[in-house]
Write a protein that binds this ligand. Structure first.
Ligand code: SAM
Ligand code: ZN
Length: 279
Protein backbone atom coordinates (compact mmCIF):
# COMPACT_ATOMS: atom_id res chain seq x y z
CA UNK A 1 0.00 0.00 0.00
CA UNK A 2 1.45 3.41 -0.88
CA UNK A 3 1.36 6.20 1.71
CA UNK A 4 -2.11 7.65 2.19
CA UNK A 5 -3.96 9.91 4.54
CA UNK A 6 -5.63 7.99 7.32
CA UNK A 7 -8.87 8.69 9.14
CA UNK A 8 -6.88 8.23 12.33
CA UNK A 9 -4.86 10.80 14.16
CA UNK A 10 -1.88 10.58 16.46
CA UNK A 11 -2.74 9.68 20.09
CA UNK A 12 0.28 11.70 21.24
CA UNK A 13 -0.06 15.04 19.42
CA UNK A 14 -3.39 14.75 17.54
CA UNK A 15 -1.75 15.23 14.11
CA UNK A 16 -3.32 13.50 11.11
CA UNK A 17 -1.67 10.14 10.49
CA UNK A 18 -0.30 9.02 7.15
CA UNK A 19 -0.41 5.31 6.48
CA UNK A 20 2.74 3.84 5.06
CA UNK A 21 3.39 0.23 4.14
CA UNK A 22 4.06 -1.08 7.67
CA UNK A 23 3.41 1.89 9.93
CA UNK A 24 1.43 5.03 10.54
CA UNK A 25 3.30 8.28 11.05
CA UNK A 26 2.21 11.81 12.04
CA UNK A 27 3.73 15.12 10.86
CA UNK A 28 5.65 15.36 14.15
CA UNK A 29 7.28 12.01 13.46
CA UNK A 30 5.42 9.81 15.98
CA UNK A 31 5.21 6.33 14.48
CA UNK A 32 2.87 3.37 15.12
CA UNK A 33 3.50 -0.06 13.66
CA UNK A 34 0.87 -1.86 11.63
CA UNK A 35 0.32 -5.34 13.07
CA UNK A 36 0.64 -8.52 11.05
CA UNK A 37 -3.15 -8.56 10.67
CA UNK A 38 -3.24 -4.94 9.52
CA UNK A 39 -4.49 -2.95 12.54
CA UNK A 40 -2.70 -0.31 14.56
CA UNK A 41 -2.63 0.26 18.32
CA UNK A 42 -3.57 3.88 19.03
CA UNK A 43 -4.44 3.63 22.70
CA UNK A 44 -3.11 6.63 24.63
CA UNK A 45 0.01 5.64 26.58
CA UNK A 46 -1.73 5.97 29.97
CA UNK A 47 -4.34 3.39 28.87
CA UNK A 48 -2.09 0.75 27.33
CA UNK A 49 -2.37 -1.48 30.38
CA UNK A 50 -5.95 -0.81 31.37
CA UNK A 51 -7.59 -3.22 33.80
CA UNK A 52 -10.61 -3.33 31.47
CA UNK A 53 -9.11 -4.18 28.08
CA UNK A 54 -12.45 -4.75 26.28
CA UNK A 55 -13.88 -8.14 25.34
CA UNK A 56 -11.55 -11.10 25.83
CA UNK A 57 -10.74 -13.92 23.45
CA UNK A 58 -13.58 -16.22 24.56
CA UNK A 59 -16.24 -13.52 24.42
CA UNK A 60 -14.97 -12.48 21.03
CA UNK A 61 -14.98 -16.05 19.73
CA UNK A 62 -18.53 -16.66 20.99
CA UNK A 63 -19.77 -13.47 19.34
CA UNK A 64 -18.03 -14.29 16.07
CA UNK A 65 -19.60 -17.77 15.96
CA UNK A 66 -23.02 -16.36 16.76
CA UNK A 67 -22.93 -13.45 14.31
CA UNK A 68 -21.65 -15.65 11.52
CA UNK A 69 -24.72 -17.84 12.03
CA UNK A 70 -26.60 -14.95 10.43
CA UNK A 71 -29.29 -14.60 13.14
CA UNK A 72 -28.83 -10.83 13.26
CA UNK A 73 -28.75 -10.32 9.50
CA UNK A 74 -32.08 -8.40 9.45
CA UNK A 75 -30.50 -5.84 11.78
CA UNK A 76 -27.33 -5.54 9.73
CA UNK A 77 -29.28 -5.18 6.51
CA UNK A 78 -31.51 -2.45 7.96
CA UNK A 79 -28.49 -0.63 9.36
CA UNK A 80 -26.72 -0.77 6.01
CA UNK A 81 -29.81 0.45 4.19
CA UNK A 82 -29.89 3.47 6.51
CA UNK A 83 -26.19 4.08 5.92
CA UNK A 84 -26.82 3.99 2.16
CA UNK A 85 -29.68 6.50 2.53
CA UNK A 86 -27.87 8.88 4.86
CA UNK A 87 -24.32 8.86 3.50
CA UNK A 88 -23.18 11.74 1.29
CA UNK A 89 -20.72 11.10 -1.55
CA UNK A 90 -17.26 9.97 -0.36
CA UNK A 91 -18.37 9.53 3.26
CA UNK A 92 -16.07 8.88 6.18
CA UNK A 93 -17.67 6.23 8.38
CA UNK A 94 -16.47 5.26 11.84
CA UNK A 95 -17.67 2.09 13.56
CA UNK A 96 -17.15 3.00 17.21
CA UNK A 97 -16.85 -0.20 19.27
CA UNK A 98 -16.62 -2.31 16.13
CA UNK A 99 -15.91 -5.67 17.80
CA UNK A 100 -14.85 -8.25 15.20
CA UNK A 101 -16.10 -6.09 12.36
CA UNK A 102 -19.19 -8.11 11.42
CA UNK A 103 -21.26 -4.94 10.98
CA UNK A 104 -18.25 -2.92 9.82
CA UNK A 105 -17.62 -5.18 6.86
CA UNK A 106 -21.13 -4.80 5.47
CA UNK A 107 -21.18 -1.05 6.18
CA UNK A 108 -17.82 -0.68 4.42
CA UNK A 109 -19.25 -2.21 1.25
CA UNK A 110 -21.97 0.45 1.10
CA UNK A 111 -19.45 3.17 1.87
CA UNK A 112 -17.06 1.90 -0.83
CA UNK A 113 -19.87 2.08 -3.40
CA UNK A 114 -20.01 5.79 -2.56
CA UNK A 115 -16.22 6.03 -2.81
CA UNK A 116 -15.92 6.69 0.91
CA UNK A 117 -13.71 5.35 3.67
CA UNK A 118 -14.42 3.24 6.72
CA UNK A 119 -12.56 2.89 10.00
CA UNK A 120 -13.24 0.86 13.13
CA UNK A 121 -12.07 1.32 16.72
CA UNK A 122 -12.39 -1.09 19.63
CA UNK A 123 -10.60 -1.55 22.91
CA UNK A 124 -10.34 -5.33 22.51
CA UNK A 125 -7.20 -6.54 20.78
CA UNK A 126 -8.60 -10.02 19.97
CA UNK A 127 -11.68 -8.39 18.41
CA UNK A 128 -9.74 -5.85 16.35
CA UNK A 129 -7.33 -8.54 15.20
CA UNK A 130 -10.29 -10.49 13.77
CA UNK A 131 -11.83 -7.37 12.27
CA UNK A 132 -8.63 -6.50 10.45
CA UNK A 133 -8.38 -10.01 9.02
CA UNK A 134 -12.03 -9.93 8.01
CA UNK A 135 -11.88 -6.63 6.10
CA UNK A 136 -8.45 -5.65 4.77
CA UNK A 137 -9.81 -2.54 3.03
CA UNK A 138 -10.95 -0.98 6.35
CA UNK A 139 -8.62 0.77 8.80
CA UNK A 140 -8.81 -0.64 12.31
CA UNK A 141 -7.31 0.65 15.52
CA UNK A 142 -7.19 -0.59 19.06
CA UNK A 143 -8.32 2.49 20.91
CA UNK A 144 -10.86 3.80 23.36
CA UNK A 145 -14.20 5.40 22.58
CA UNK A 146 -13.54 7.91 25.35
CA UNK A 147 -10.49 9.28 23.56
CA UNK A 148 -10.98 8.44 19.90
CA UNK A 149 -7.90 8.62 17.65
CA UNK A 150 -9.93 10.66 15.19
CA UNK A 151 -9.87 14.40 14.35
CA UNK A 152 -12.58 16.94 15.20
CA UNK A 153 -15.50 16.97 12.75
CA UNK A 154 -13.94 14.45 10.37
CA UNK A 155 -16.69 11.80 10.46
CA UNK A 156 -19.86 11.89 8.33
CA UNK A 157 -21.43 8.78 9.83
CA UNK A 158 -20.68 7.24 13.19
CA UNK A 159 -22.16 3.83 13.94
CA UNK A 160 -22.21 2.26 17.37
CA UNK A 161 -23.74 -1.21 17.78
CA UNK A 162 -24.26 -2.26 21.41
CA UNK A 163 -21.03 -0.57 22.52
CA UNK A 164 -20.38 1.95 25.28
CA UNK A 165 -21.66 5.42 24.56
CA UNK A 166 -19.15 8.27 24.70
CA UNK A 167 -21.56 10.99 23.61
CA UNK A 168 -19.21 13.96 24.09
CA UNK A 169 -16.44 12.30 22.14
CA UNK A 170 -18.86 11.28 19.39
CA UNK A 171 -20.05 14.90 19.14
CA UNK A 172 -16.44 16.01 18.80
CA UNK A 173 -15.63 13.75 15.85
CA UNK A 174 -18.89 13.91 13.86
CA UNK A 175 -19.10 16.97 11.60
CA UNK A 176 -22.14 19.27 11.85
CA UNK A 177 -24.87 17.68 9.71
CA UNK A 178 -23.22 14.26 10.11
CA UNK A 179 -25.18 11.33 11.52
CA UNK A 180 -24.91 9.09 14.53
CA UNK A 181 -26.53 5.64 14.30
CA UNK A 182 -26.85 4.10 17.73
CA UNK A 183 -28.03 0.48 17.84
CA UNK A 184 -29.53 -0.69 21.13
CA UNK A 185 -31.70 -3.62 22.27
CA UNK A 186 -35.47 -3.08 22.21
CA UNK A 187 -37.68 -3.66 25.29
CA UNK A 188 -38.34 -7.34 24.52
CA UNK A 189 -34.98 -8.22 23.01
CA UNK A 190 -34.18 -11.90 23.74
CA UNK A 191 -37.32 -12.17 25.84
CA UNK A 192 -37.54 -15.98 25.61
CA UNK A 193 -33.93 -16.37 26.76
CA UNK A 194 -34.57 -14.06 29.72
CA UNK A 195 -37.70 -16.04 30.55
CA UNK A 196 -35.49 -19.12 31.00
CA UNK A 197 -32.74 -17.53 33.09
CA UNK A 198 -34.86 -15.25 35.30
CA UNK A 199 -37.83 -16.11 37.51
CA UNK A 200 -39.34 -12.75 36.67
CA UNK A 201 -37.88 -11.36 33.45
CA UNK A 202 -38.05 -7.61 32.96
CA UNK A 203 -38.32 -5.53 29.81
CA UNK A 204 -35.43 -3.26 28.82
CA UNK A 205 -36.22 0.36 29.36
CA UNK A 206 -37.13 2.19 26.14
CA UNK A 207 -35.17 5.42 26.27
CA UNK A 208 -34.72 8.32 23.93
CA UNK A 209 -32.09 10.35 25.64
CA UNK A 210 -31.04 13.74 24.28
CA UNK A 211 -27.28 13.96 23.82
CA UNK A 212 -25.66 17.42 23.66
CA UNK A 213 -24.66 18.24 20.08
CA UNK A 214 -27.16 15.81 18.53
CA UNK A 215 -30.82 15.96 17.63
CA UNK A 216 -33.09 13.01 16.95
CA UNK A 217 -34.20 12.28 13.41
CA UNK A 218 -35.77 8.87 13.95
CA UNK A 219 -35.86 5.66 15.94
CA UNK A 220 -36.02 2.71 13.56
CA UNK A 221 -37.37 -0.57 15.00
CA UNK A 222 -36.08 -3.92 13.75
CA UNK A 223 -37.64 -7.18 14.87
CA UNK A 224 -36.83 -10.77 14.01
CA UNK A 225 -37.46 -14.28 15.41
CA UNK A 226 -35.13 -17.20 14.99
CA UNK A 227 -34.68 -20.71 16.34
CA UNK A 228 -31.26 -21.52 17.71
CA UNK A 229 -30.61 -25.14 16.75
CA UNK A 230 -28.14 -26.33 19.38
CA UNK A 231 -26.75 -25.78 22.88
CA UNK A 232 -23.52 -24.18 21.63
CA UNK A 233 -25.36 -21.43 19.73
CA UNK A 234 -27.63 -20.76 22.72
CA UNK A 235 -24.57 -20.44 24.95
CA UNK A 236 -22.80 -18.20 22.43
CA UNK A 237 -25.76 -15.83 22.44
CA UNK A 238 -26.01 -15.93 26.25
CA UNK A 239 -22.31 -15.09 26.44
CA UNK A 240 -22.90 -11.93 24.36
CA UNK A 241 -25.49 -10.58 26.77
CA UNK A 242 -25.08 -8.76 30.08
CA UNK A 243 -27.29 -11.51 31.63
CA UNK A 244 -24.38 -13.91 31.36
CA UNK A 245 -22.73 -12.04 34.23
CA UNK A 246 -25.86 -11.22 36.22
CA UNK A 247 -28.22 -14.17 36.04
CA UNK A 248 -28.81 -16.54 38.95
CA UNK A 249 -26.97 -19.87 38.78
CA UNK A 250 -30.17 -21.89 38.60
CA UNK A 251 -31.24 -19.85 35.57
CA UNK A 252 -27.95 -20.40 33.76
CA UNK A 253 -28.26 -24.12 34.54
CA UNK A 254 -31.79 -24.23 33.08
CA UNK A 255 -30.49 -22.59 29.90
CA UNK A 256 -27.56 -25.00 29.69
CA UNK A 257 -30.02 -27.90 29.41
CA UNK A 258 -31.65 -26.53 26.27
CA UNK A 259 -30.59 -27.60 22.82
CA UNK A 260 -33.17 -25.55 20.95
CA UNK A 261 -34.66 -22.12 21.63
CA UNK A 262 -36.80 -19.75 19.62
CA UNK A 263 -35.89 -16.15 20.40
CA UNK A 264 -37.05 -12.66 19.51
CA UNK A 265 -34.39 -10.22 18.41
CA UNK A 266 -35.73 -6.73 18.94
CA UNK A 267 -33.57 -3.72 18.15
CA UNK A 268 -33.79 0.04 17.88
CA UNK A 269 -31.57 2.10 15.61
CA UNK A 270 -31.49 5.63 17.03
CA UNK A 271 -30.74 8.04 14.19
CA UNK A 272 -29.32 11.39 15.26
CA UNK A 273 -27.91 14.40 13.47
CA UNK A 274 -24.95 16.44 14.68
CA UNK A 275 -26.24 19.95 15.21
CA UNK A 276 -24.37 23.09 14.15
CA UNK A 277 -23.93 24.41 17.67
CA UNK A 278 -20.78 23.10 19.27
CA UNK A 279 -22.29 22.08 22.62
C1 SAM B 1 -21.36 -5.77 22.88
S1 SAM B 1 -19.82 -5.58 22.05
C2 SAM B 1 -20.35 -5.01 20.44
C3 SAM B 1 -19.35 -5.25 19.35
C4 SAM B 1 -19.85 -5.04 17.90
N1 SAM B 1 -20.30 -3.67 17.68
C5 SAM B 1 -20.98 -6.00 17.63
O1 SAM B 1 -22.14 -5.61 17.81
O2 SAM B 1 -20.70 -7.13 17.23
C6 SAM B 1 -19.14 -4.17 22.84
C7 SAM B 1 -17.76 -3.83 22.34
O3 SAM B 1 -17.31 -2.64 22.97
C8 SAM B 1 -15.92 -2.77 23.20
N2 SAM B 1 -15.54 -1.78 24.24
C9 SAM B 1 -15.79 -1.80 25.56
N3 SAM B 1 -15.30 -0.68 26.15
C10 SAM B 1 -14.71 0.05 25.17
C11 SAM B 1 -14.00 1.30 25.13
N4 SAM B 1 -13.83 2.04 26.22
N5 SAM B 1 -13.52 1.74 23.94
C12 SAM B 1 -13.69 1.00 22.82
N6 SAM B 1 -14.37 -0.17 22.78
C13 SAM B 1 -14.86 -0.64 23.94
C14 SAM B 1 -15.73 -4.21 23.59
O4 SAM B 1 -14.39 -4.63 23.43
C15 SAM B 1 -16.71 -4.90 22.61
O5 SAM B 1 -16.07 -5.26 21.41
ZN1 ZN C 1 2.13 12.84 16.73
Amino acid sequence: MSALKSLFCCPICGGRLIREERRYVCPAGHGFDVSREGYVNLLPANQQHSKAPGDDKEMTAARTRFLEGGWYLPLRERLCRLIGELAPDSPNLLDAGCGEGWYTQAAAEIVAQKRGRTAGVDLSKPAVRKAARRCPSVEFAVGTLYHLPVGNGTIDLLANCFSPLAAEEFARVVRPGGRFLYVVPGPRHLWELKAVVYERPYENEERREEYPGFRYLDVVPVETRFTLPDAQTIQDLFRMTPYYWKSPRAGAARLAELDRLTVTGQFRIHVMERTEASG
